[in-house]
Design a protein around this ligand. Structure first.
Ligand code: ADP
Length: 503
């Protein structure tokens, strides 16, 4: 038993989903982190505002202190004290927050410094200018205390600024690395999914496309996934079945046409054979020994019927023999001239054959075979018209891939053979103004042994053979007809010259 764990497309897709879930989780976590971090920064900014307020208050204390020493204005002293009280209030109401930035002892030291400063100011105000030495000493003490207060406040403000900057730097770093990580994960999961899932599916898609355009080549398994393997197997099985059915269809088609052909041959041969049999019976039983003239007449009939049977057999042999196609560059106009000349004796004097073929149209062809095809078509037209009428033969060189005005070939009716080409083609039309072909029999005229002619006049192989020859030359043929107005056969043949041809 194969113990190897078989991978499956479903597992891979689930894995892919898992990757996307992880990413979604990461994004949620990142958003949460951003939210919390912003709240933290918000708190720090508020704290920073209080610290700035404290710092400003200490600066104001010193400013009014200086003014007081300069101008001895009571108002300046009061302002300085007011700011000192404000600074103490700020420290007391934000003690817990400030403690996060500097040690509690430093805070209480600041508080004490300010209180001491206040006390010194009071003392200074009380002493006045009575004792110059005392005043000078107090002056120096106040200046020093004020300086200390500003230094500590400045230190607190600096620490706060550094902390905010550090928080912002960390926040930026985490945000950036998370974005990079999520983007990388996104690319990795997408790439893995496309490699593991999309690629085999794409391969299958191109294989299906190839099958729909006619190829029956079996598909190689593009991946080890269970689903892909079973789809490929099912697909290949379907191709096997398709091929089998195609073969069966071909076989039954072949059997059917063989049946038609045998019936046709039997019928065709039966007539001359029965005629010969009847004539010999008469000869043996009824004709007097000495009636030489009658005997001769009957023997001539036997000969005629035998020739007819021989011709039928010769036609069949001609048709059945698989002669190799011998292509050479052939000029079209002289080829038609030869066919028309060959049919001279069968052309009634009131029948006109008009040709419009450029002298330089040349195509790669087996001359004899192509002559045979055109002969069959012209002969049919002559036979259909009888004593009067006109046959028109024209040939035009075209390039259907470049020339959009070239008519689609199958517009006229049923067309047989390959009608689309890449390069130049020649469009040949052989038309007559004979009785035309009824619509109900038009689709059958190319069938082997289909004829409307009397026994002995047609075997129903003429158009079938003509179509076979056109097909051998890589071309196509179609017929267009209307009862009472005549018939036209359109033939399209590739013009690629021998030597330039691929084959
Ligand atoms: P056959 O000439 O031995 O009958 P073909 O295959 O050449 O066999 O032709 C099949 C039938 O197509 C003819 O019997 C005739 O009814 C019809 N047909 C062919 N060409 C013409 C035409 N130009 N005009 C009228 N009918 C035609």
């Amino acid at each position: 038993m194969n113990m190897k764990l078989q991978s499956s497309l479903r597992q891979k897709i689930t894995l892919g989903y898992l990757g996307y879930y992880v990413m979604a989780l990461l994004i949620v976590a990142l958003s949460l982190f951003t939210f919390l971090e912003l709240r933290l920064i918000d708190n720090k900014v508020t704290l920073g505002e209080h610290i700035s307020e404290l710092f400003d208050a200490t600066l104001e204390i010193r400013r009014f202190e200086k003014n007081y020493f300069l101008y001895r204005q009571e108002a300046d002293l009061q302002e300085s004290k007011r700011y000192a009280v404000k600074a103490i209030d700020l420290i007391e109401s934000n003690a817990a927050d400030f403690a996060k930035l500097v040690s509690a002892s430093r805070i209480s030291a600041l508080q004490n410094d300010i209180r001491a400063y206040l006390a010194l100011m009071d003392e200074y105000a009380g002493t006045g200018t009575k004792d110059a030495v005392q005043t000078e000493l107090l002056d120096a003490q106040i200046r020093q205390a004020g300086k200390d207060v500003v230094t500590v406040a400045e230190e607190i403000a600096g620490t706060e600024r550094r902390k905010i900057r550090a928080t912002l730097d960390r926040f930026r770093l985490i945000l950036l690395s998370s974005i990079v990580l999520i983007s990388l994960l996104l690319i990795a999961v997408g790439w893995a999914l496309s490699r593991m899932v999309a690629r085999p599916l794409k391969h299958m898609d191109s294989c299906v496309e190839a099958v729909s355009s006619g190829s029956l080549d079996r598909i190689a398994t593009p991946s080890e996934d269970r689903e892909i393997i079973s789809i490929t197997q099912a697909f290949n099985h379907m191709l096997d079945e398709l091929e089998l059915r195609q073969k069966m269809l071909l076989r039954s088609e072949k059997l059917a046409s063989l049946g038609t052909m045998l019936a046709g041959v039997a019928h065709e041969l039966n007539n001359p054979l029965s005629n010969t049999f009847l004539t010999t019976q008469i000869l043996l039983e009824e004709v007097e020994e000495n009636d030489a003239a009658r005997r001769k007449e009957l023997l001539q009939q036997v000969e005629e019927q035998t020739v007819r049977a021989r011709n039928i057999v010769r036609d069949l042999l001609d048709f059945a023999r698989d002669k190799p196609v011998n292509r050479k560059n052939v000029l079209l106009a002289p080829l038609f001239d030869e066919v028309i000349l060959f049919l001279r004796r069968e052309t009634a004097s009131d029948v006109r054959i008009v040709t419009e073929i450029a002298a330089d149209i040349e195509l790669p062809a087996d001359r004899q075979r192509l002559e045979q095809a055109f002969l069959n078509l012209i002969k049919n037209a002559l036979e259909a018209m009888g004593e009067t009428g006109e046959i028109r033969i024209s040939a035009v060189r075209r390039d259907p891939s470049r020339d959009s005005a070239v008519p689609r070939f199958d517009e006229g009716g049923k067309s047989l053979g390959k009608c689309s080409f890449d390069g130049d083609v020649v469009d040949i039309e052989i038309s007559d103004n004979g009785p035309g072909i009824p619509a109900e029999i038009l689709p059958r005229i190319f069938d082997p042994f289909f004829t409307t002619k009397d026994v002995g006049r047609g075997m129903g192989l003429g158009l079938f053979i003509a179509y076979g020859i056109i097909e051998e030359h890589g071309g196509c043929i179609s017929a267009e007809s209307e009862v009472g107005r005549g018939t036209a056969f359109h033939i399209r043949l590739p013009l690629e010259r021998v030597g330039e041809a691929n084959t």
